[in-house]
Every structure is written in C-alpha cells, then in structure tokens.
Design a protein. Sequence first.
Length: 342
Amino acid sequence: MSQLSNPSQAFLRQRGQLSGRILLCSPPADAIAAELRQTGVEVSVLSWDHTAVNACRGAVAEEWLFTDLALPADAQWDQIALFMPKARELLDLMLSVVAPALKHAQHIWLVGEKREGVESAAKRLAKEDWDATKVDSARHCQVWSLTPPADWKPKQNDFWRAYELAQEKVDTLQLFTLPGVFSAGRLDEGTEVLLQSLPELHGRRLLDFGCGCGVIGATLKKRYPKASVELTDINLLALKSAARTAEANGVELNVYASDGLAEVQPGVDAIITNPPFHQGVKQDTRVTQQFLRDCARVLKPGGSLTLVANRFLPYPDWIEAHVGPVRVLFENSRFKVYHAVR
Ligand SMILES: C[S@@+](CC[C@H](N)C(=O)[O-])C[C@H]1O[C@@H](n2cnc3c(N)ncnc32)[C@H](O)[C@@H]1O
C-alpha cells in the first residue's frame, strides 16, 4: 500500500460502511482515491489543491474531478466525505459548494487531524443543529458522522473579500481573495516592502511565483504593460483570486498552477516573489529551497530574482548557491528584500 496520510488511514478504517458513489472533498494529496476505488467504491473528488488533484488523477474519471466553486446541479452521491481543510474558513466554502448534494447523501463524514480543529468544527456544526457524532478516533485524527438539519442552508454565498491598494507610479489596484488565500482582505507587510523596493526590471518575461491573489503580478503588469507576466501558485483558489484580480484591473496575466517551478518553462527574465515558508501551521522552507534550486533552470543567464523574506530565514546562502551574489535592497526589523542576478 502506498503512503497514506493519517486522515486517509482514519477514513479507510470505516471501509465496512463505504460503498456506492462517494465524493471526497479536499482529500489529502495521497493515494486515498486509488485505495477507495480498489474496494469497489466509485470515487469523485472536489479539491482546490493542485497537488491533491494530481494525486487523484488516474483513480478518478476526469469528469468527476471538480476544481471549481460549484458542482453540477444534478450530481448526487451516496456518501460525502469532508476532509478538514487547513484553513478553517474553507470548511464553510466547501459546505456551500456541496450544499445541493448534501440532502441526497445517505452518509456525510467529517475527517481530520485533531490539531487541525476537526472536533471544534464538528461541535460548531452541532450548535447549528447538525447531528454530529464522533464515530472513530485514530492516528491523531477523528472521524465524525454528520446530518444537517432538514432546513439547513449554507451561511454565506459570497466568499470573496476585496481590498484596494494605492501605489506610486501605478493606478490603484483592486485585489480579490477567496478563503484560505494568503493575506485575505489586506496587503501582507512583507509584500508591501517588496513592492516598495522593487528594482528596475528588464526583459519581457516576468514571473510572480506563489502569487496568492496576484498583487505582485498585477503591479508588475501595470508597471511594465509590454511584459508578459506569469503568475503561479499551488492553491487553485489563489489562481481564481488572481484571475479575478486581473479582470478587475483590466490587465492580462498568465495565471497557471504549478508546484514550485515544475510547470514553468525556462527563459524567464525576472522572478519577483514572496515565497511560502509554512505548510499548514508549521514553518517549512523546503518549497522555497527547491524553488531556489530550480531558479537556475528557469532564469535566463542575466535574469534576476527579487525575493522578500523574514530576516531570520537562511535564504542568502541558498540564493548565492543557486542564483548569484546577493544584494539587500531593503531591510527592517522583520523583513529583508534580496536581489540576485544569475
Ligand atoms: C507568502 S504567500 C505570497 C502570496 C502573494 N504573492 C502575496 O505576496 O500576497 C506564498 C504563496 O505561495 C503558495 N505556495 C505554497 N506552496 C507552493 C508550491 N509548492 N508551489 C507554488 N506555490 C506555492 C501559497 O499558496 C501562497 O499563495
């Protein structure tokens, strides 16, 4: 059996009761879909995580793999499994998207790690008159069985948050974010100092790696209208946010999913980024370390990297090793903006 995360293992302990057509909502990026299919279950998946979607490909027919904010109106499932998302507000978005299917399902499961708040989520639903029963506890996870009240309606149907950003030299930008997208509803302090200390950039291909709502990419396109600006992220809700930001500001941005730089073609003139340093709640610099290694493949010789980070992170050595000598363009008590030319 391939490596399965703890929530997937906890869910598979219910296999005696898993049958018919099951919709997995935000499953972990592991082999859960393939494992379930082997038990004779017909699997569909709703996910906004590029890595999880890729992990499910092959086990789920393409037409039953949903990455949007709505499910087909007439789709029905015998069972629905909600995997606790890392950002808790995403659970409300997920419930709103699956709402039309909930009343037809005979069984609704909620599965998640204890430290990611599965119990408090179940208890919150119980306060809203859901029937919520804990059915299993294993591998640091809990599995709950849920039934919504007959008259249940999702709380909110507009999950978008917006803010405006006035900057020197460019028009005020409108930024849009969905739940779970970095810096929802406000500009991050690190991104702010990065944008304020951007050097003059050269070349036609600019890349905003880990774009979130697209604030860096949209700023670049406003400053360099002739450049082709690419924005990548692993979070499909970030990409939807960036696409809405592009539309709202009347700019053409090339927004696409990529885990690190995996999908980025070589020949980039400049990368401008506030890269991730968390996985869930834990600090984790592995994505950025791999990103810096891959900069050597993606950046043209003479191409530049401009990156903001918390000043305690060990990035200068890594940038020096993979890109080139580092200049500090800005620093304060929390952040440093680094610049290097390959
Ligand atoms: C610190 S946020 C910056 C967001 C945005 N650029 C800003 O400044 O507001 C880092 C972004 O990296 C994305 N990310 C995390 N892991 C990633 C990966 N493996 N590949 C691509 N993007 C990733 C996150 O989803 C998040 O949007």
